[in-house]
Design a protein around this ligand. Structure first.
Ligand code: ASP
Length: 334
């Protein structure tokens, strides 16, 4: 994708309405939310991020346009983002306080309400693939650390050395935080990259929804901290009755507000539209308890919402018959 057209309506840059033309398939993704301001990026870096988002979006769109499943599209797009060092998942994951990586991921299938999640794995190349294995090949929904790694090996998933996820820039962020504290860190990284996650939601031509989310968690996290990413109902949710959601942001708040399930429940039980439900979940409920971040979501009719309360969110969306969209900054900055 060279130049990607902006397909969002000007009146509400955070949502895409299917309106009269109902797309049979649609995909949306994020690469994390935060202080993503145009002033923090030169045009080259912006292009780099947009190209990476566009590549993942195209991969997912390609699968969906050939009648592939939403779950396959989600996994393929998340894996490309895991492999991209720009985002905090897989290669380029944040470092823990101990200088290691502890990766979290989850997936959910909207047709069956099956789900799989892993927390704090350090040597599995693709945590999202492992989350899918947990869903499809085990009797459990969630596995963590050593046990999850043993399961991955037994299933034949690719195991890597822990330094596979290592990038110099993430290590520098950890060292700066640990040695010089928050203020020094923020001087060097005004975008405050302590957070970050990747996530994808999709609707396929069979009408099935799926969601997946993968993260390195927060830089300098301690004591086995686990955020919202592997928590079904907080970081990830999908139901064919309503929508598919992937979250990113201050994980503790997303867990407390059960953001992803809440959006689905507002649609299912209160009859809200995807646009209204994401607005309420992020702008009222999450913001109300001091949380920061956003969601990407797609509903059963192919409507898409890209909603965040931060300055920006790395994001993309593409519905059947429409133009691909990728963006990073908030509405005033588009
Ligand atoms: N929600 C993730 C976590 O708390 C981080 C993020 O999405 O930026 O681990």
């Amino acid at each position: 994708l060279k130049k990607i057209a902006v397909a969002l309506p000007e009146t509400d840059p955070q949502s895409l309405d299917a309106e009269s033309i109902m797309p049979r398939f649609a995909i949306a993704l994020h690469g994390g939310a935060g202080k993503i301001l145009r002033s923090g990026f030169g045009p080259e870096r912006e292009a780099e991020y947009c190209a990476a988002l566009g590549k993942a979006l195209s991969a997912g769109h390609d699968i969906l346009s050939k009648d592939g499943s939403s779950m396959d599209a989600v996994i393929a797009a998340v894996q490309l983002l895991e492999e991209c060092p720009l985002f905090n998942a897989g290669i380029g994951a944040a470092f823990t306080h101990a200088g290691t990586h502890e990766l979290d991921a989850s997936v959910m299938d909207g047709a069956t309400l099956n789900a799989g999640a892993v927390a704090a794995v350090s040597n599995v190349k693709s945590p999202i693939a492992l989350a899918r294995m947990v869903m499809e090949q085990s009797a459990y929904v969630m596995m963590q650390s050593k046990g999850a790694e043993e399961f991955a090996a037994a299933q034949g998933l690719e195991i890597v050395k822990p330094d596979y996820f290592h990038t110099e820039h993430r290590l520098r962020q950890l060292r700066l935080l640990q040695e010089s504290g928050d203020d020094a860190y923020l001087l060097e990284y005004p975008q405050d990259e302590k957070l970050g996650t990747v996530g994808v939601v999709a609707l396929d031509t069979d009408g099935n929804l799926a969601a997946g989310t993968s993260t390195g968690g927060t830089t300098n996290k301690q004591w086995g901290r686990v955020g919202d990413t592997p928590i079904i109902g907080a970081g990830t949710y999908a139901s064919n009755q309503s929508c598919a959601v992937s979250s990113t942001g201050t994980g503790e708040h997303f867990i407390r507000a059960t953001v992803a399930r809440n959006i689905s429940a507002m649609m299912e039980y209160a009859g809200l539209s995807l646009d209204e439900a994401t607005e309420r979940a992020i702008m009222d409920q999450l913001t109300g308890i001091g949380g920061e971040g956003g969601v990407v979501a797609v509903d059963k009719d192919g409507n898409i919402a890209l909603r965040f309360n931060t300055a920006g969110m790395y994001r993309g969306a593409w519905a059947e018959g429409g133009e691909p969209f990728v963006g990073m900054f908030g509405d005033q900055e588009q």
